[in-house]
Design a protein around this ligand. Structure first.
Ligand code: ADP
Length: 201
C-alpha cells in the first residue's frame, strides 16, 4: 500500500510559492493542488457551497447561468470584516475535504508525494490535511516588488494583502522546512527538501 506524503506549501504573497510549486512539479513530477484555484472551482461546482452561500448572501450571489457573481461577493465581503469569516467558514471546510479526496486519488494513481499550495494553509485550517509543511520565505521588499509586477497592483494594495496574512515568523512556527527565495539558487534547497521527504515516507 502506497501511503504517500502530502506536503503543504505556504508563504506570503510574492514569496514565490507558485514558482516553487511549478519547479517541484517540473523537476520531480509532483502533483500540485492549488487551493485558490480549487476554492474558486468549488464555489461554482459544489452544491453544498452554492446553497450555503446563496443562503448567506442572497440568491444574487450567483448569476442566471450559474457563475459566481463577483461584484455581489466583493460588495458583501467589503461591508464587514465578519463577512469574510462567514464566507470562509463555508468554503474552507469544503476545500479541506476536497484536498483529502484529491490526495487519495493521487495515492491510488501511485503518487508518493503531493503538494498542496496555499498562502493561508495555517489560517484556513488546512494543516490537518497535510503531513509536512514547507514555507517559502523572501524579504518583504522583494515580495512586494514581485507581487506588484505580477498583479499589476499598487504598493498599497499589495501591502494590504500582506498585512491580512500571517507573518513569516508565524508560518515558520508550523513549518518543517524553509525555502529561502531571495535570489539564491533554489535547486539545492529543493534537493534537500526531497531528501527530507524521502526519509519521512
Ligand atoms: P506567490 O505564489 O507566493 O504569491 P509567485 O510564485 O507567483 O508568488 O511569485 C511572484 C512573482 O515572482 C511571479 O511572477 C514569479 O514568476 C516571480 N518569481 C518568484 N520567485 C522567483 C525566482 N526565484 N526567480 C524568478 N522569478 C521569481
Amino acid at each position: 500500500m502506497n501511503s504517500g506524503l502530502v506536503c503543504g506549501l505556504t508563504g506570503g504573497i510574492g514569496s514565490g510559492k507558485s514558482y516553487v510549486a511549478r519547479l517541484l512539479h517540473t523537476l520531480y513530477n509532483i502533483p500540485v493542488y492549488d487551493c485558490d484555484r480549487e476554492a474558486r472551482r468549488l464555489m461554482v461546482e459544489s452544491d453544498t457551497i452554492r446553497r450555503r452561500l446563496a443562503a448567506l448572501i442572497g440568491p444574487e450571489a450567483y448569476t442566471a447561468d450559474g457563475q459566481l457573481c463577483k461584484p455581489v461577493i466583493a460588495r458583501y465581503l467589503f461591508a464587514s470584516p465578519q463577512h469574510a469569516t462567514q464566507v470562509n467558514a463555508i468554503v474552507h471546510p469544503a476545500v479541506k475535504a476536497d484536498i483529502r479526496s484529491w490526495a487519495e486519488q493521487q495515492r491510488q494513481a501511485g503518487a508518493s508525494y503531493m503538494l498542496v499550495e496555499s498562502a493561508i494553509l495555517v489560517e484556513a485550517g488546512f494543516l490537518d490535511a497535510v503531513d509536512f509543511v514547507v514555507a517559502v520565505e523572501a524579504p518583504e521588499e522583494l515580495r512586494l516588488e514581485r507581487a506588484m509586477q505580477r498583479d499589476n497592483s499598487t504598493a498599497q494594495q499589495t501591502r494590504q494583502r500582506m498585512d491580512s496574512q500571517l507573518t513569516d515568523a508565524q508560518r515558520r512556527a508550523h513549518s518543517h522546512f524553509i525555502i529561502t527565495n531571495d535570489g539564491q539558487p533554489l535547486q539545492p534547497q529543493l534537493q534537500a527538501l526531497m531528501q527530507q521527504l524521502q526519509a519521512r515516507l
